[in-house]
Design a protein around this ligand. Sequence first.
Ligand code: F6P
Length: 338
Amino acid sequence: MANDLAVKRIGVLTSGGDAPGMNAAIRAVVKTAACLRIECIGIRHGYTGLLNGHFLPMDEKSVKGIIGRGGTMLYTARSEEFATDEGVERAADVCRRNNIEGLVVIGGDGSFRGARNLHSKGVKVIGIPCTIDNDIACTTYSVGYDTACNTVVEAVDKLNDTMQSHERCSVVEVMGRHAGHLALNVGIATGATVIMIPERNYDFENDVIERIRRARLSGRTNFNVIVAEGIDMPVHEISSRIREATGIETRHTQLGHVQRGGGPQVRDRVVASGMGYMAVRLLAEGESGRIVAMNGDILVHLDIDEALDMTKDLNNEAYNMFKALAFLDKEAFCGAGD
Ligand code: F6P
């Protein structure tokens, strides 16, 4: 392949909310480029950095020892200017003037919409899905998700220790923006009493209070409620309504940005490495306007327009399994109800 590379100089940037594993993806991009003798330019501060020439020539020494580090060594930022057509035009011109023939964009849906606009101006782009929300529809897995889930599970397990000592109810708000994938996964992993997610309507009395009452009747003395930040009730209100309705002492916790930090766990290191490797290979083969993705355990890539038109539903089977196990709810077992 070395003789007929479609690109000789590429750029890589991280955009949107950071996620554990972004550095592993950057590392794989830089090292794959080095392997193919393609020059690689790191672009700091996302699209803002592209527009303002925050460039950093990178080679394998630049990415030494970063595979296990959280955050992104290239920083990230959101760009108002890049949201305009003039901004995209100017960014494409910056690429042309700096001989950046291809761009690897590491981020989420919003970053890919920007990448698609660049692609329409003739800049070769490949996207790598990275977000702890795991809400990018074209991929079954987004880099950062597993590490964030483990961070939350570790925190909730600790909370459950003290809630058990005081026979209290814990209400924990987790991230996920408008999606409930993170909340559902960690709710299952921590044996939650109740999981509240934006993809499901709920009747507070039946779906929250009644379930806590039934758990208490079954002999439980502490309770664990996991709430996705995207639902329409603030966590402190959920907490006070539980206390008022059941008389159980209740404490609420908003985990916040700790969920975005920490060194990536194995899955994120391995998936990020595979995606970075594939992204550069695609550019070298002349591909553009593609998103690298996971289809189960298989690494694939698909057209960026197709990817951005897709929608992603909640894992209904997992939700019903949770209800069946949490409440020995036969109806949930048969998939009835929600
Ligand atoms: O998209 C990742 C995410 O962590 C969401 O889960 C969360 O709602 C959002 O970013 C927070 O954004 P910011 O870091 O700009 O406050």
